[in-house]
Design a protein around this ligand. Structure first.
Ligand code: FES
Length: 105
């Protein structure tokens, strides 16, 4: 028996304009959506340093800067660039269908 697609409908692409950060709950997981040059990315929205929503931070090149203690995370790979955070963010697969973002959480 095949298992259905794990992709979940999230938000319209138009809700994530370039350099804007949007975090929403997708099936109980807080997901941060970003638009880097027209490419949509999704990572965990909660900073790995403390429980803080990264959507309150800002985009710097291809990274999100946490507004609380300024750790930076790559929005494409989740890689952490600087302390105090040391753990990377989870990365989620996305796909676009009919201008809607679907995410695999
Ligand atoms: S909560 Fe994000 S760097 Fe401290």
């Amino acid at each position: 028996m095949s298992v259905g697609t794990p992709f979940v409908r999230a938000i319209p692409v138009s809700d994530v304009p370039p350099d804007k950060l949007v975090s929403i709950d997708v099936q109980g997981t807080r997901v941060l959506f970003s638009n880097l040059g027209g490419e949509i990315h999704a990572v965990s929205a909660i900073c790995t340093h403390e429980e803080f929503d990264l959507a309150q931070g800002f985009v710097l090149d291809n990274a999100v800067v946490c507004a609380l203690h300024l750790s930076q995370f790559d929005l494409r790979t989740g890689e952490v660039y600087n302390p105090p955070a040391t753990e990377p963010l989870r990365v989620f697969n996305v796909k676009i269908e009919e201008n809607v973002i679907f995410v695999e959480v």
